[in-house]
Design a protein around this ligand. Structure first.
Ligand code: ATP
Ligand code: MG
Length: 425
């Protein structure tokens, strides 16, 4: 029996991978222009990093992590998200000592043991960005400006930005208590999960997708009404800056995030086109996380974009492979050797050239050239090689001409480069 991949972990094949490359290239371009630099961290970390940062009573830590002991007995976890590892690296390498402000981004796979369905997988990919060291609301607005701009440049249709504030250690505990008091009245209407977590993590009840819980919590108090002065001012300024930058948003007072480290501004990019999996990006401010993980008292803010969901939104049309500029067909051993040398030489010049490697008939070679939709075919025969000529067939024009081999590579190169320039490639 042949071996298959693991459920919920997808292969990304040629034809689809071009969409991914587009999403990644745009991120590098857009984030680069906003002054972010890439950071690459391992896919595995010590388990305690995620328990301490994401929070023991969150869905991720309670039930979604891939955790195992390595041969030395250390508990390790495949990263379920990128912020904690980036902050761990930031602290470990004392990056704050080089520059008081760090703007970082990452691209890579994340792992969560969830029930696989459309838009929800066990290995999925995120592009994330973090700004460490600035607590000014201008940065919150700029992060959102960058995120919105990314969606525009990648042609992702109808996404809306929702924002909220989750307060800070000064105002959240009071709100938490009033929420618990509210939830107590409706306890019997809540799902089993919510009945369990209403005291350990009551904010999560507001985020529950079970209809009964949604209904029961409709009149729940909102964090926004309990913000302390500092958080209230911060939130108002974020909104003002968003208005100045002409960024559309709606305030969603019920939005909470599934990770404990968030403070003040939180946000999601949501779409109407993906059913239940409607969040395509999410993030927020995390002013306590860096010191909680043993670093200096610095504030942070960031987001993560889910690439699978974006790829789904960009549609399922598969992209054709690139057309070769030239296919070299040969007859006889000497011509094959000469053709192979020419092939390699042109490839080194960055030109897409193909040939058949296994000594097939000319007819079979031409069939392969057709299949690859090559622009030209060079037919190189033994006699012609001796005469220093070859046949060059221009497939789009159905034209064939005899060409001199001397100087042919140079002529081809300048022709191909010239055409590509005209086509803007
Ligand atoms: P959801 O509410 O959909 O479970 P989340 O709050 O758990 O999302 P975050 O941890 O904030 O998600 O991650 C940011 C983004 O990563 C999400 O908005 C989503 O686009 C994507 N994402 C999260 N989990 C998955 C998954 N299992 N499969 C695919 N994409 C995911
Ligand atoms: Mg989730």
């Amino acid at each position: 029996m042949s071996i298959t991949g693991i459920k919920g972990m997808n292969d990304i094949l040629p034809g689809d991978v071009e969409t991914w490359q587009h999403l990644e290239e745009q991120a590098r371009r857009v984030f680069g222009a906003f002054g972010y630099r890439e950071i690459r961290v391992p896919v595995v970390e010590k388990t305690e990093l995620f328990c301490r940062s994401i929070g023991e009573t969150t869905d991720i830590v309670e039930k979604e992590m891939y955790t195992f002991s390595d041969k030395g007995g250390t508990s390790m976890t495949l990263r379920p998200e990128g912020t904690a590892p980036v902050i761990r690296a930031f602290i470990q390498h004392k990056m704050y000592a080089q520059d008081p402000v760090s703007k970082l981004y990452y691209i890579g796979p994340m792992f969560r043991h969830e029930r696989p369905q459309k838009g929800r997988y066990r290995q999925f990919h995120q592009i994330g960005a973090e700004v460490i060291g600035v607590d000014d609301p201008k940065i919150d607005a700029q992060v959102l400006a960058m995120l919105s701009h990314y969606f525009i440049t990648t042609n992702i249709p109808d996404v809306t930005l929702q924002i909220n504030s989750l307060g800070c250690p000064e105002c959240r505990p009071g709100y938490r208590e009033s929420l618990i008091t509210f939830l107590e009245q409706y306890l019997s209407a809540l799902c089993a999960d919510c009945q369990r977590r209403y005291t350990s993590n009551p904010l999560r009840v507001l985020d529950c997708k079970v209809p009964g819980c949604k209904e029961a919590t409709q009149a729940a108090p909102a964090m926004l009404d309990s913000l302390c002065m500092g958080c209230d001012t911060h939130f108002n300024q974020v909104k003002e800056h968003l208005n100045t930058l002409l960024i559309d948003y709606t305030v969603n007072p019920r939005m909470v995030r599934g990770l404990d480290y968030y403070t003040k501004t939180t946000f999601e990019m949501v779409t109407g086109s993906l059913g239940a999996q409607n969040a395509v990006a999410a993030g927020g401010r995390y002013d306590g996380l860096i010191s909680d993980l043993g670093g200096p008292e610095l504030s942070g803010i960031g987001f993560a974009i889910g690439l699978e969901r974006l790829a789904l939104m960009l549609g399922e049309q598969s992209i054709d492979p690139p057309r070769p500029e030239l296919f070299i067909a040969t007859l006889g051993e000497a011509a094959t050797k000469a053709g192979f040398a020419m092939l390699t030489h042109l490839q080194r010049q960055g030109i897409l050239v193909e040939m058949e490697y296994t000594g097939k008939s000319l007819k079979a070679q031409l069939r392969r050239a057709d299949k690859l939709k090559t622009r030209r075919v060079l037919i190189l025969g033994e006699d012609e090689l001796a005469r220093g000529v070859a046949q060059l067939r221009h497939m789009d024009e159905s034209l064939q001409e005899e060409v001199n081999l001397e100087g042919l590579e140079v002529r081809l190169l300048s022709k191909i480069h010239g055409e590509n320039e005209i086509l803007g490639a």
